[in-house]
Design a protein around this ligand. Structure first.
Ligand SMILES: *[C@@H]1O[C@H](CO)[C@@H](O)[C@H](O)[C@H]1NC(C)=O
Ligand SMILES: *[C@@H]1O[C@H](CO)[C@@H](O)[C@H](O)[C@H]1NC(C)=O
Ligand SMILES: *[C@@H]1O[C@H](CO)[C@@H](O)[C@H](O)[C@H]1NC(C)=O
Ligand SMILES: *[C@@H]1O[C@H](CO)[C@@H](O)[C@H](O)[C@H]1NC(C)=O
Length: 410
């Protein structure tokens, strides 16, 4: 018997009986796979991650996962730059393995997708496409036909901008980055990194048709990417004190917005913008192969009265380790910066929090890793690294490869 096998058996033999599989996670990889991960945890915030299965079906470049726990359905969109892509719907089995239940043939370059409309909010799928600057809506079930090679969408909106924005990445047009519902499910919002605005659409629930409302504007050069809702009472269905927080990829900041409903539209007012770095000090860009790569904020999540934002390429915790920023939200919705802590990954493009609010799963894109980080539910502060695993092949610095999205199945 090899010494490695001896060591493995010895390791198994000494595992305390209190260790148990606590969670299943799904992680997409830009090389084409969607992995199922199993998290085992023990006492004192210790644990380990393992890959239990992998599936294809989401085209060449899976970029975003949206999971619905009520139906155990997973939706995956494809960032393929080849002019076509595949959107996939899966059943998530009890062991976490995936079964393809529907596919649509898209024009590719999708970066995000969400279900909306119909009697249950689950009848239509909206996706956004970064470079062709489009928002596309499909009626479910997803089918490749009836007009191959592309699924005929229910609606396609193309965004335009009158003049280039101030950032180098705002010269070539709008870049819609997320399809986000408001808490009532009656409006769809699209943060646009290229055009410095949030597009707002009123949803016609029966038909799935999206009707344009006036846009909300960020500051020039903010480059909004993703958003999250918050309410002082925890009830985001009440417009009283309701806030939207958006993370700005180009500005490396978070913006808060008040929201109000009137005249069949949702309107937003910008109230605060705060850096994702202590004192607003943005770490230096990395000069690499003749180009300059500044830090670029990626994701925002809210748990209770804490907001977290992910910084990519800030290298604040080592040559290949970036940070997560923690904020407190006071009763009026004002953010105060608390600290940055290690993201335990390089290019943390994606992170999600478990329902109990006790753990963050952080997906490092270039490290192609999933890190499980403890969260103190009383203080909101992030704690120790519980488990870490490289998932699929590592990415290459500054390229769109490696791990793309991670979600909890619970
Ligand atoms: C729990 O973890 C902390 C921090 O890693 C460590 O100092 C402490 O010794 C651990 N306690 C036990 C009982 O393992
Ligand atoms: C997917 O799950 C639904 C609901 O449980 C079930 O009716 C359906 O047969 C499943 N489809 C496949 C292909 O397993
Ligand atoms: C936004 O601000 C304007 C001007 O201060 C005000 O008239 C409007 O009611 C505000 N809207 C919201 C949603 O707070
Ligand atoms: C820093 O990381 C890059 C990849 O991101 C690697 O190519 C380089 O060798 C590293 N430098 C050092 C000093 O470790």
């Amino acid at each position: 018997m090899s010494s490695i096998k001896h060591a493995l058996l010895a390791g198994v033999a000494v595992l305390p009986t209190t260790f148990a599989v606590t969670a299943t996670l799904l992680a997409s990889h830009f090389s084409g796979a969607v992995f199922t991960l199993s998290l085992t945890t023990g006492s004192n915030n210790t644990g380990s991650l393992a890959i239990t299965s992998a599936a294809g079906g989401c085209g060449s470049t899976p970029t975003w996962l949206t999971y619905y726990s009520d139906t155990r359905k997973l939706y995956c969109v494809d960032e393929s730059w080849q002019g076509y892509g595949t959107i996939a719907e899966y059943n998530v089995s009890t062991d976490g393995s995936l079964v393809v239940t529907g596919q649509a043939l898209s024009t590719g370059n999708d970066v995000h997708g969400i279900l909306y409309g119909g009697p249950d909010g689950r009848s239509f799928l909206a996706t956004v496409e970064y470079t062709p600057s489009t928002l596309t809506a499909y009626k479910l079930p997803l089918t490749p036909g009836p007009n191959p090679p592309f699924t005929v969408p229910l609606q396609k909106e193309t965004f335009y901008m009158a003049a280039p924005g101030p950032d180098v990445r705002q010269k070539d047009g709008p870049h819609p980055h997320e399809a986000l519902l408001d808490p009532t499910g009656k409006f769809l919002l699209v943060p646009d990194l290229g055009a410095d605005r949030i597009h707002v659409f009123a949803i016609d629930a029966p038909s799935g048709h999206l009707n344009a409302c006036p846009d909300a504007f960020t500051a020039p050069g903010d480059g909004p990417r993703h958003g999250q809702w918050w309410s002082p009472t925890g009830n985001t269905l009440s417009a009283n004190g309701l806030r939207l927080y958006t993370v700005n990829e180009l500005g490396n900041s978070v913006t808060s917005w008040t929201a109000s409903y009137s005249g069949g539209c949702l309107s937003l007012n910008r109230t605060q913008t705060i850096s994702t770095f202590a004192g607003g000090k943005i770490p230096a860009a990395t000069e690499y192969q003749g180009s300059s790569f500044p830090p670029k904020a990626a994701e925002v999540r809210i748990v209770g009265n804490n907001l977290y934002a992910a910084n990519r390429n800030d290298k604040l915790f080592g040559n290949s380790t970036d940070s997560l920023a923690t904020y407190n939200i006071d009763a009026s919705g004002t953010l105060t910066f608390v600290e940055v802590t290690s993201a335990h990954g390089f290019y943390p493009r994606t992170f999600t929090v478990n329902k109990a609010g006790t753990m963050l799963a952080v997906g490092g894109q270039t490290s192609s890793s999933v890190a499980i980080i403890a969260r103190d539910t009383t203080t909101g502060r992030l704690g120790n690294l519980i488990a870490w695993l490289q998932v699929g092949a590592q990415g290459t610095y500054t390229n769109e490869d490696g791990l793309s999205s991670v979600v909890w199945v619970e």
